[in-house]
Design a protein around this ligand. Structure first.
Ligand SMILES: [Zn+2]
Length: 414
């Protein structure tokens, strides 16, 4: 039982206010930008938000792209670079007021830019994996380094901190007890815990990662300290430059991050098979939606037709450097790996997240995609019991090596 002292009550209050504020803020922010998207579906088709394949592109784009990427297979990463350049240019106009625009017009421009042009986080993520493993997507390594370290700095995002935490901490520890963002020691069918996890993730990315590398005498310590310094120096400089715009930007960016930790990072490992908690295929969650652009990837499971999204976390966890658009094909090739009741759902992460934290296991069971003969034989009651079982704590907080660090702010109810 958690003792409710005055300070823990105060902390709950601050924590929840921050979280609810983040959700409302990101909702308003996204609605504001997307209102324009819905005006015309053509807009979606022709905005750089949509990624083309190499053979669909005009020849001039093909020629230019090959100056930057190592193979036509990586064409989407060239488009990603183009997105970054347009996004940065518009950010510069909104931040700097170089055209003497009013403050409200700059904010308006910024919201549209963030929602329409903003580079896809999934792509930044795969580029970061490839930079750290020295695999070449871009012809010149400097291009990938710009995307991972330098461009984010210009938009006040975390230059390298997130990438370092994700590649050198999370993927190496792979949701084991050594992982700062492990969900093993607390119940996942709890809104309370999911909120604490999201706020805790914020502290992991911004502060605790440095301590994690220091404790392990890791080779990454100097990199992470440099990234840490760059982040706070750039924040300081931006605040000197334009205080109001900087505040506006930070609340938008951090709201989006907190919502991302809650709906995506939490959900990706929220269901863990208690018999094999350390195994990737048993501690990971994938969703088949959203379909994004390529709705041609179909699969028939138990006589039912499913489309597959490009975001399949099991595939990514097994092969981090995989080309993002290859995930559906790799999924089809390795279906037998999913036979042991893998957590795959025919919906989006947002729906899975809400079903778990609100305890709606009937709905979650109806969205589960049973793969393989054993899974498809299960009754609805068995599926519900299995899902509930997958949300229980795997170990106690004292079993977690880094629990020696101050417990605040990731003290979860178990
Ligand atoms: Zn990854």
């Amino acid at each position: 039982m958690l003792e409710i002292s005055f300070f823990s009550f105060l902390f709950y209050l601050v924590n929840y206010t921050f979280f609810v504020y983040s959700l409302i803020s990101i909702f308003l922010f996204i609605t504001f930008g997307f209102l324009f998207l819905f005006r015309s579906s053509l807009f979606i088709k022709y905005t750089p938000f949509a990624f083309k394949r190499f053979d669909e592109a005009p020849s001039i784009e093909k020629k230019i792209s090959l100056l930057f990427i190592t193979s036509p297979d990586f064409f989407v990463y060239f488009y990603h670079l183009v997105n970054w350049i347009i996004y940065l240019s518009i950010c510069f106009i909104s931040f700097s007021n170089v055209f003497n625009l009013s403050f409200s017009l700059r904010i308006f421009l910024y919201c549209l830019n963030y929602n329409l042009i903003r580079p896809k986080a999934d792509f930044d993520h795969i580029v970061a994996h490839n930079v750290f493993s020295n695999r070449k997507i871009y012809r010149h390594k400097i291009t990938a380094i710009l995307i991972t370290y330098v461009f984010p700095l210009f938009t006040l995002e975390m230059p390298g901190m997130w990438a370092n935490q994700h590649v050198y901490m999370h993927h190496r520890a792979n949701n084991s007890k050594d992982d700062l963002q492990t969900l093993m020691y607390f119940r996942r069918d709890s809104l309370n815990n999911a909120v604490w996890f999201s706020i805790g993730e914020f502290f992991n990315h911004h502060f605790r990662l440095v301590v994690w590398h220091y404790d392990r005498n890791s080779k990454q310590l100097s990199t992470v300290v440099t990234n840490f310094a760059m982040l706070y120096i750039s924040l300081f400089l931006y605040f000197q430059y334009d205080y109001a715009f900087c505040l506006f930007h930070l609340q938008a960016y951090y709201s989006a991050s907190i919502a991302g930790y809650f709906f995506i990072e939490f959900t990706q490992h929220a269901l863990i098979n208690p018999l094999k908690p350390e195994e990737v295929m048993s501690n990971t969650v994938s969703t088949l939606r959203p379909y994004l652009q390529y709705k041609d990837k179909k699969i028939v499971i138990n006589n039912e037709l499913f489309y597959i999204s490009d975001i399949l976390h099991h595939e990514h966890s097994r092969e981090a450097n995989m080309h993002l658009l290859d995930a559906p094909f790799n999924f089809l090739k390795s279906l037998d790996k999913y036979h042991d009741k893998a957590m795959v759902f025919d919906t989006t992460y947002i729906t899975v997240c809400l079903c778990i934290v609100l305890g709606n296991f009937e709905k979650l069971a109806s969205l589960w995609v049973p793969i393989g003969p054993e899974s498809s034989k299960m009754t609805q009651k068995e599926v519900i019991d299995m899902l509930k079982d997958h949300t229980r704590p795997i170990c106690e907080p004292k079993d977690i090596p880094w629990a020696q660090l101050p417990e605040w702010p990731t003290y979860m109810m178990i």
